[in-house]
Design a protein around this ligand. Structure first.
Ligand SMILES: CC(=O)N[C@H]1[C@@H](OP(=O)(O)OP(=O)(O)OC[C@H]2O[C@@H](n3ccc(=O)[nH]c3=O)[C@H](O)[C@@H]2O)O[C@H](CO)[C@@H](O)[C@@H]1O
Ligand SMILES: C=C(OP(=O)(O)O)C(=O)O
Length: 423
């Protein structure tokens, strides 16, 4: 297993580009199932999760490849009528977002067999709302042998009112509704920029969707869609992570391609902590203050503070002056980074879904273990500031969602490298 080896203390300076968004690329790759022919996607991040989604599509019989050489950011997905509409357990267990093929498969092929994703390190993460939405469009759903089996000769438009705001649930039902007969109204939808991006792609393919990015989405079903060409939007969570890297190191960094409107809540918190954030042509600049100030954070659905940035902000709070209260309201078990941050000298107490972080003068390097994707980012951020050497193991979690993070940080001046596992 690869690990990241780093020495803290360097201030980060310079410019760093953000890659395409994982959470947009995954549903958008799945959306290619909705049309016959080859769809071409650019700015697709080179991540383990994207490789898994391409594999899921290939397993079904699609052509799904990343191009090579200078076009390495391009993925092509080719679909013809002959596919096996099944996502097997072996793949879904490595990436729960594989469940995003469920909606497109049942809409286009009239049936789907997709392994139930099950829980993961950060929470139970059921998919009852995905299933509720598909049922409202007329799909028959059975759960057998750990699989969701969905069938519908022709989905029919209907009203879907989500009991819980869910990002991939909204996306799954949206991808089903575009080919349903008649009008679908989806209420209490998630409002993330990645949902707007998915709707943009579907509309380019010929769908008729209005309201994506708000809590009510209306879809007029169409008979068929055509393949598409699209460049994926920048990853707001990677951008936020790089802004925190600038802040925690005491540096001054321009995060290129970062979209300020996608990062309002994160930028507000960094400002409150004393950083100077400026939207510049082509990105966002973060200049760290001499002393960081503790701020309170409450994660909520977009446009609130994102749960996917909670662990990174917690790393920052570990070295900020004062006491910070961090409440996690989206996932029930998303404090797995806390015991590892303790190993670096952090002072954090957990009370239920709240963590109380008392800023310390210094962190000290230690071997630590990543437990999930954003936990691994938070440990690397803490390692940038810790005195001495920090080794972060289990970086396969990091590779799910960050494209060569260590190279990006090294280009900004960090002392960080990847030690490859022996073959
Ligand atoms: C691939 C992708 O886009 N992943 C993101 C997506 O995950 P994902 O779409 O899985 O997260 P959801 O928005 O669905 O989850 C939000 C909450 O709703 C609950 N829930 C969800 C669905 C359901 O049917 N029933 C139910 O109870 C979940 O357990 C969780 O407590 O949104 C999360 C919340 O912003 C992010 O952390 C993930 O990075
Ligand atoms: C939780 C995340 O991803 P996923 O939903 O793919 O597990 C994340 O990106 O932080």
């Amino acid at each position: 297993m690869d690990k990241i080896v780093m020495k803290g203390g360097a201030e980060l300076h310079g410019e760093v580009p953000v890659s395409g968004a994982k959470n947009a690329a995954l549903p958008i790759l799945a959306s290619a199932l909705l049309a016959d022919g080859t769809s071409t996607f650019r700015n697709v991040p080179d991540l383990a999760d994207v490789a898994t989604m391409l594999k899921v599509l290939r397993t079904m019989g699609c052509g799904a490849e990343r191009l090579e050489g200078r076009k390495k950011d391009v993925c092509e997905v080719g679909v013809n009528g002959h596919i096996t509409p099944e996502a097997p357990y072996d793949l879904v267990k490595t990436m729960r977002a594989s469940v995003l093929v469920l909606g497109p498969l049942v809409a286009r092929f009239g049936r789907a067999r997709v392994s139930m994703p099950g829980g993961c390190a950060i929470g139970a993460r059921p998919i009852d709302q995905h299933l509720k939405g598909l049922k409202a469009l007329g799909a028959e759903i059975h759960l057998t042998e750990g699989y969701v089996e969905a069938r519908a000769k022709q989905l029919k438009g209907g009203t879907v009112n989500f009991d819980v705001i869910t990002v991939t649930g909204t996306e799954n039902v949206l991808m089903a509704a575009v080919l349903a007969k008649g009008r679908t109204v989806m209420e209490n939808c998630a409002r993330e920029p990645e949902i707007e991006e998915l709707a943009k792609v579907l509309n380019k393919m010929g769908a008729r969707i209005e309201g994506a990015g708000t809590s009510i989405i209306t879809i007029e079903g169409v008979e068929g869609l055509t393949p598409v060409e699209h460049a994926i939007l920048p990853d707001r969570i990677e951008a936020g992570t790089l802004l925190v890297a600038a802040a925690i190191s005491g540096g001054n960094v321009l995060v290129k391609h970062a979209v300020p409107e996608h990062l309002d809540a994160v930028m507000d918190k960094l400002r409150e902590a004393g950083c100077t954030l400026t939207a510049e042509a082509g990105g966002i600049r973060c200049k760290a203050p001499k002393t960081l100030t503790a701020v309170n954070i409450t994660t909520t659905e977009h446009p609130g503070f994102p749960t996917d940035m909670q662990a990174q902000l917690m790393a920052l709070m570990c070295v900020s002056q004062g006491t910070s209260v961090i409440s996690e309201n989206i996932f029930e078990n998303r404090f797995m980074h806390v015991p590892e941050l303790h190993r670096l000298g952090a002072d954090i107490t957990i009370q239920g879904h709240t963590a109380v972080v008392k800023g310390v003068k210094a962190l000290s390097g230690a071997p630590v273990m990543a437990t999930d994707l954003r936990a691994s980012a938070s440990l690397i951020l803490a390692g940038l500031r810790a005195e001495g050497r920090t080794d972060v193991s289990r970086v396969y979690h990091l590779d799910r969602g960050y494209e060569r993070l260590e190279r990006k940080l090294r280009a900004l001046g960090a002392d960080i490298r990847r030690v490859k596992a022996k073959a």
